[in-house]
Design a protein around this ligand. Structure first.
Ligand code: ADP
Ligand code: PAZ
Length: 420
């Protein structure tokens, strides 16, 4: 990863990283960083920044607006060494070193969330001298989702009949909603406002289950390979359909079409076949459908439980994947009889990291939360739709402005965030 790939290229172009937050999950590490795209100075002076003094709504002139971009990078948690190398990469260290002041190494803090913020705290300290400043995982997911829904243009969309339809949600009509985060496992959170939420349910049958079972059953080596394989498959070869049980007929009395799945993987019981007799692509398809369907159903039941009409889906499992989104959306629509809507997010995998990022405080301004404002035309890098290969370690950079107090020096934050 070091020096290679999109993330490496981005860093070369964007030397001035001011804030960086990390979400270390069971499967993936997600990093969000803000960069002003300006050069670090070569002496101890503050770097030249493209900052403007700008009047803010409350008449307070003591703030700078830093223009820049939010970048999104991911690594596999099992390859945490790559992530450590990335953070310690020469470019970052150089920038930190050039901006060096008197901060003690043990003062360097980085906002971090996810279980790995606990599990790998010692590793970060040992390898990078960074203390992980932990932000609670559910709190981060909610803060990240709220930010995206409120601030980023063309972020939320519905997926119906193979079509994405972007939804601009009225900020006054955002709450309540059900946030369903499909990571290794699944968390379901009822969100009632900024910082107002309750984790109402969850299931251990999630993204980790798909990848774990998929690897065992198909010999695929990676998530992308498994998704790609699922494209070519036909789940009917393995799933037992209503028609298989009802002699090709619909079960009209209870509203089940003959093509509906009666039992996921059900055909495998009735035939005298071994695993090798099934095509890996059919298994992958059936597995993806089973897990997506199940999550869609549990999400709907929880929405029903609390009278929620809007279900927002996040987590890297979704991965902008057409079949996954379609299955979940159809499941929610089917069980709710059209009453509830499933919505997806462009930056679905980065809710936790974004939320941890939002947790930075401007220590020069009475510890006010940093104010991050996405520019209106923030869809910089659109992802390849209908493809399972969004292979770059980076997705959809977002143009942003960061409002900080005038006494804030960007290099202070660089020192706080990065190894020096
Ligand atoms: N490149 C990848 N490697 C592994 N899993 C991936 C990858 N891309 C997507 N996934 C899916 O995303 C899930 C992890 O989602 P994520 O939101 O990052 O959860 P976590 O925080 O538990 O790591 C995996 O279990 C897998 O289903
Ligand atoms: C424990 C977790 C919050 C960890 O988050 P993750 O790394 O999976 O994103 C999540 O895996 C989860 O909610 N699992 C489901 C546990 C349950 O409710 O049964």
């Amino acid at each position: 990863m070091e020096g290679k790939g999109i993330a490496g290229k981005l860093l070369e172009k964007s030397d001035e990283i001011s804030h960086l937050a990390i979400d270390i999950g069971g499967s993936l590490i997600k990093i969000v960083y803000f960069s002003t795209n300006s050069k670090c100075s070569t002496n101890d002076e503050a770097p030249t920044l493209s900052k403007e003094r700008q009047e803010v709504p409350n008449g307070d002139l003591n703030h700078h607006i830093l223009s820049g971009r939010l970048y999104f990078v991911k690594f596999e948690t099992s390859k945490i060494e790559d992530c450590i190398k990335f953070l310690a990469s020469k470019k970052l260290q150089q920038c930190g070193a050039q901006c060096r002041h008197s901060h003690a190494v043990d003062k360097i803090k980085m906002k971090a969330t996810g279980g790995g913020a606990f599990k790998f705290a010692d590793l970060f300290k040992e390898k990078l001298g960074i203390t992980l400043d932990k932000v609670e995982e559910m709190e981060s997911l909610v803060a990240g989702a709220n930010f995206l829904l409120k601030a980023v243009n063309r972020e939320a969309f519905t997926y119906i009949g193979g079509q994405k339809e972007y939804v601009q949600i009225d900020q006054n009509d955002l709450y309540p909603y059900l946030l369903v985060n499909i990571g290794s496992g699944v968390s379901m959170i009822k969100v009632d406002g900024e910082g107002k939420f309750q984790r109402v349910s969850g299931t251990s049958v999630g993204g980790g289950t798909f990848l774990g079972l998929g690897k065992l059953l198909t010999k695929c080596k990676s998530f992308d390979e498994l998704l790609e394989l699922s494209h070519q498959g036909n789940n009917r070869m393995i799933d037992m359909l209503v028609g298989d049980i009802y002699g090709g007929m619909d079960y009209t009395k209870i509203g089940l079409a003959s093509t509906a799945i009666a039992s996921s993987f059900g055909k495998a019981i009735s035939e005298n076949k071994e695993l090798e007799d099934y095509k890996p692509e059919d298994i992958a398809r059936s597995l993806l459908r089973m897990i997506s369907n199940n999550i869609g159903q549990i999400a709907y039941l929880n929405a029903l439980r609390f009278g929620l009409k809007r279900i927002i889906l996040g987590g890297y499992f979704i991965h902008d994947h057409a079949y996954t989104m379609d299955t979940i959306a159809v499941a929610v629509d089917f069980w709710s009889k059209g009453e509830a809507k499933a919505m997806f997010l462009r930056h679905e995998g980065f809710l936790g990291a974004l939320g941890a990022f939002m947790n930075y405080k401007d220590e020069n301004a009475d510890s006010m939360p940093l104010q991050l404002v996405a520019k209106s035309s923030s869809c910089i890098v659109d992802r390849i739709h209908n493809s399972t290969r969004v292979d770059e370690n980076e997705t959809g950079a977002v143009d942003c402005r960061l409002r900080v107090s005038s006494s804030f020096k960007i290099y202070d934050e660089v020192k706080r965030c990065l190894p020096i």
